[in-house]
Design a protein around this ligand. Structure first.
Ligand code: COA
Length: 195
């Protein structure tokens, strides 16, 4: 219900969403700010480095999104992908996002985030670079997001389409899940359960 409402506000009343986002960030940082500074992540796969969104230049992140084929965005539209929007997310203390960097060539291999809400909920999302698909990085990023989210005491959720097989399977491989709601268009709203 909260999830649907958030989407309606975001899509139809962007100015209201901006205010909601700012207030949420402020309250989230008050409640969780100290904990987010102490986050440590162990699930980073060998050969990769995990960087916080704010520690990578926005131009590089914009180029990562531009490098992905159109199909990659069929089920992945969490925010606009231009430089200005990325800079905004980099400054948002409730948007805990990370990039997986290939140590061999410095390339961004994946992007993942927990969009966090001060009531104690986080919503997961991730994208693996087209050249790095099928190497279990999507599953690894789910584990990273679980470590981050559960580590600071959030309940975690995500919506996933049954038609997006790789996403659905990587969600199941990395975590126990509970189907909260089955929505239209084969979408499932999942709660991710701690191990
Ligand atoms: C979803 C996504 C992140 C998966 O990343 P990935 O690193 O390629 O996936 P993994 O290698 O971790 O594989 C996860 C599971 O999906 C399966 N899988 C991967 N690609 C598949 C494909 N094209 N078709 C069917 N199954 C596939 C794997 O076999 C694995 O299954 P298993 O755990 O049961 O063995 C990636 O496909 C992607 O970035 N898609 C575009 C963005 C998107 O849709 N994001 C999700 C919405 S938030």
């Amino acid at each position: 219900m909260l999830y649907k409402l958030a989407h309606i506000i975001k899509d139809r009343f962007p100015f209201v969403w901006d205010v909601v986002e700012k207030v949420n960030e402020w309250l989230f940082v008050m409640r969780y700010g100290r904990k987010t500074k102490r986050i440590t992540v162990k699930a980073v796969p060998d050969g990769y480095e995990l960087k916080h969104l704010r520690d990578v230049p926005a131009e590089r992140i914009e180029a990562f999104f531009a490098h992905q084929p159109k199909e990659a965005f069929s089920y992945f539209r969490p925010h606009p992908f231009d430089k200005k929007s990325i800079v905004r997310l980099q400054k948002n203390g409730s948007y805990l996002a990370y990039l997986l960097i290939d140590k061999l060539n410095g390339q961004i291999a994946g992007y993942c985030f927990n969009r966090c809400f001060f009531q104690g909920r986080g919503f997961r999302g991730r994208m693996v670079d087209i050249d790095y698909r099928g190497k279990r990085l999507g599953t690894a990023m789910n584990r990273i997001l679980n470590e981050v989210g559960f580590g600071i005491g959030l309940r975690l959720f995500e919506s996933v389409s049954k038609d997006n097989v790789a996403s659905y399977r990587s969600a199941l491989s990395a975590s126990n899940v509970r189907v909260v709601e089955e929505m239209d268009n084969h979408e499932l709203f999942l709660e991710i359960l701690p191990d």
